[in-house]
Design a protein around this ligand. Structure first.
Ligand code: MRU
Length: 357
């Protein structure tokens, strides 16, 4: 399995995704501020991986605290949480994970638990979130595999794979599961300008698993769809609103519109931790704007004339009407999404254990 991130006795170890595919190197974050930097600089990226990284950041910060009492520790937990929450705004898994860690902390603190016990419990909670993330990816794979063609080509955008999670992946997890069940699938990976998650990361991890992969420039999908060379599209998500509108890597919306025009199913695979029912529709999702240099420069070389204005939104929103189905760890959601999302949360609360399809 590809080791995206790992809790170690002296910190959290991250596969440096800025260096892939040419170098497989690791960055050890030895305090919570370094975890925040690793998230902000996209050494780790992808919504579920960001969430678990933040949880480990909280655990690391609390475990290193010198606080003598719970009043002092409460104040530190607030600062640690705010620091990690200020890293990237769009992927709701980040805020979900920090909230879960704070809830755990609050329960322990209210019960007057000793500080050493709180530290141990928060480390255990973060490690449990890591395990749950892999289990959720496997369950998404089990629920979604049958939706992919028995034989054909599937397009994906960005990287929603093992590298974007604690292992196995969401969208790529569904592809992996289909291949494991005997489907003959070729993958088209959009290169995903400007950060090249598709070209650098998706191609790297799928080839690692011997899944045939072709890298496309982002402007090629429409023409290939018109030639009937794409049978399905599957992507991940950074935040899904209560009505099913889905924020994902910039360029996803264009692919979804193209898929609809060509009658190709467009699937989103994401855990329930990516669904934000407090966000009613896609226009309420905050979209991260990143540095202009990601667009103006490629591999250190300037590509645009001085003075050109630059846009660099990291994500876009695909309205729910373009989404054929949303694959979660608890089952497959279909429109109307307000209703199916609500019912899925009720079902998951009543029966939290994951069931494979
Ligand atoms: O900017 P990134 O690389 O963090 O963006 C990642 C994506 O958009 C992924 O598609 C999304 O987080 C889902 S990952 C399972």
């Amino acid at each position: 399995m590809i080791p995206t991130l790992e809790w170690l006795p002296n910190g959290v170890n991250f596969l440096d995704q800025t260096k892939l595919p040419l170098e497989e190197t690791y960055v050890l974050a030895t305090d919570y501020n370094q975890v925040a930097t690793v998230i902000r600089d996209m050494i780790v990226r992808g919504a579920p991986a960001i969430g678990v990284s933040a949880a480990m950041g909280v655990a690391l910060g609390v475990s290193q605290s010198q606080a003598a009492d719970l009043v002092a520790l409460n104040a530190e937990v607030a600062v640690i949480s705010e620091t990690l929450a200020a890293t990237r705004p769009t992927a709701v898994n980040l805020f979900w994970a920090i909230k879960r860690m704070r809830n755990r902390y609050n329960t322990l603190a209210e019960a007057n638990t000793s500080i050493p016990e709180i530290k141990a419990s928060l480390i255990a909670e973060a490690q449990q979130m890591y395990d749950e993330d892999i289990a959720a990816c496997k369950a998404m794979g089990a629920h979604g595999a049958a939706l992919l063609p028995q034989e054909g080509t599937v397009l994906t955008h960005c990287n929603a794979g093992a590298l974007a999670t604690c292992g196995y992946g969401t969208a790529l997890g569904v592809i992996r599961a289909a291949v494991e069940r005997g489907h003959k699938i070729d993958v088209f990976a959009d290169e995903t300008r400007p950060y090249l998650q598709g070209a650098r990361l998706t191609a790297w991890e799928l080839l690692h698993d011997n899944i045939p992969t072709t890298v496309l420039c982002d402007n090629m999908a429409g023409s290939l769809m018109r030639q009937e060379r794409i049978q399905a599209v599957i992507v991940g998500a950074d935040r899904i609103a209560a009505n099913g509108d889905t924020a994902n890597k910039i360029g996803t919306y264009s692919v979804a519109v193209l898929a609809k025009e060509h009658g190709i199913p467009f699937y989103v695979a994401a855990p329930l931790s990516t669904i934000d029912v407090a966000t009613l529709h896609g226009d309420q999702i905050p979209i991260e704007q990143r540095a202009a240099t990601e667009v103006t420069h490629s591999n250190g070389k300037q590509m645009t004339p001085n003075g050109a204005a630059i846009q660099n939104p990291a994500f876009d929103v695909t309205p729910a009407k373009y989404i054929t189905a949303i694959i979660t760890e608890h089952g497959v959601l279909r429109a109307p999404y307000e209703q199916s999302i609500r019912e899925m949360f009720e079902k998951a609360a009543a029966q939290p254990e994951l069931i494979s399809a």
